[in-house]
Design a protein around this ligand. Structure first.
Ligand code: CMC
Length: 391
């Protein structure tokens, strides 16, 4: 075991050199390619930010327009994909369906992308950016039994999300621009977060030179878990439970602190942030704005605020540096926008897609070696084989 250093959960291991995202967990700082998350959330659009993450610089107006047009070109999803969706039960969790569909895209786009060929790479980026949005919304349409929608070329990318989700054949559908703005901001805030669980998964899978779509599909599965992206769904379910049980936040605070109780305060704590998650700050403000502009009076928001206030002055949370994270308030906005709870993590995935692509690209272009951690064996020493009739 001499040379092997144990670091379960890679709490202290750097896995790569990266130029994409800067994160200072002690200070609560997050920057994409050098631009502060506050600036980007306020002043940029999601596609612009995706371009920045993937290609390294903010696009010129011309580049951005071309990028949007190129993404649009690839939003048609192979019709045979529909029969794959039809095979799922309506009750299937959208994240499971999304991961399977993303993997299935590989079957319809079998040519491996050459990361050193800029044009091929650019086309694959546009392809996955276009198709992923469409199939992500199809997971919802399927669960509702609605006909599947196609991308509307007259609308922008984020607006198309709402169109793909909610446009029904029965009548016109025009989402409030406030809704589109809020979504755009949320996608930006989720777009990258350096070597988190799903991103590390994408890099790890890609490091075997598995294709881009297969690597992204693995990222979707990693994101699904409640300790990672699945926390946004878990937060809302927790807040609803507290609400239904009379709004007793203190009881749940006590449960979270009880080491005998597996319950955790969902949406609190972070592997890297030992300070306020800067994304949570922006989302909290946005939640207030969206709810008041849309005239939504959600009792869940009051419970969230109560929990936050209690945790911020609680010795258990203070000593462990547990602050609200990005998932704490995002669900409240999604709910106000009419997005069902089991789609929350899909929303995260749509936002995180550019980060996964950027990290996959960087890993391949830097010619990183295959990811292959070591272990310390703690099992049996050599044993004699016992034939089945003697066991
Ligand atoms: N509620 C109660 N106690 C907590 C919580 C929580 N949410 N989070 C951490 N702790 C305690 C934990 O029990 C441990 O206590 P002790 O030192 O007494 O054993 C201490 O704080 C350190 O926690 P850890 O589990 O060792 O920390 P970690 O870095 O392995 O885990 C985490 C980070 C995010 C998985 C964890 O804080 C957690 O489970 N939070 C709830 C789920 C959540 O909100 N996840 C979203 C993360 S942000 C967005 C994303 O990645 O998708």
């Amino acid at each position: 075991t001499g040379a092997i250093t144990m670091d379960p959960g890679y709490k202290n291991s750097g896995s790569c050199l990266s130029k994409i995202t800067f994160l200072d967990g002690e200070e609560g700082i997050l920057r994409y390619r050098g631009y502060s998350i506050e600036d980007l959330a306020e002043k940029a659009h999601f596609l612009e930010v995706s371009y920045l993450l993937i290609f390294g610089e903010l696009p010129t107006a011309e580049q951005l327009q071309q990028y949007e047009t190129d993404i649009r070109k690839y939003t048609l999803v192979n019709e045979e994909m529909k029969s794959i969706i039809d095979g799922f039960p309506k009750t299937a969790h959208p994240m499971g369906v999304l991961s399977a569909l993303t993997s299935a895209l590989t079957a319809f786009n079998p040519k491996a992308v050459n990361p050193d060929h800029p044009k091929e790479l650019y086309e694959s980026v546009c392809k996955i950016m276009g198709k992923f949005l469409v199939i992500a919304t199809w997971t919802y349409r399927k669960s509702m039994g609605y006909p599947l929608n196609y991308y509307d070329n007259t609308k922008g990318y984020v607006e198309n999300f709402m169109h793909l989700m909610f446009q029904l054949p029965t009548g016109p559908y025009t989402p409030d621009p406030i809704v589109i703005n809020a979504l755009d901001k949320l996608f930006i805030l989720h777009a990258d977060h350096e070597q988190n669980c799903s991103t590390s998964t994408v890099r790890m899978v890609g490091s075997s030179h598995a294709g881009l779509f297969a690597s992204i599909s693995a990222g979707v599965s990693a994101l699904w878990g409640p300790l990672h992206g699945g926390a946004n769904q878990a937060v809302l379910e927790m807040l609803e439970e507290i609400h239904q049980n009379g709004g007793d936040a203190d009881k749940y605070m006590a449960k979270a602190k009880d080491k005998e109780d597996p319950f955790r305060l969902m949406g609190f704590g972070h592997r890297v942030y030992k300070n306020f998650d800067p994304r949570a700050k922006i989302i909290k403000k946005a939640a207030d704005e969206v709810l008041s502009t849309l005239g939504v009076d959600d009792p869940i928001l009051a419970i969230a605020k109560k929990l936050e206030d209690a945790a911020l002055v609680d010795e258990y949370f203070i000593s462990r540096k547990l602050y609200p994270n990005v998932d704490f308030y995002s669900g409240i906005i999604y709910r106000a926008l009419g997005i069902p709870t089991d789609m929350f993590t899909v929303m995260f995935a749509i936002g995180r897609l550019p980060g996964w692509i950027a990290q996959w690209k960087e890993m391949r272009i830097n010619k990183e070696p295959i990811g292959r951690p070591r272990q310390i064996y703690t099992g049996y020493p050599l044993r004699d084989f016992i034939p089945v009739d003697k066991r």
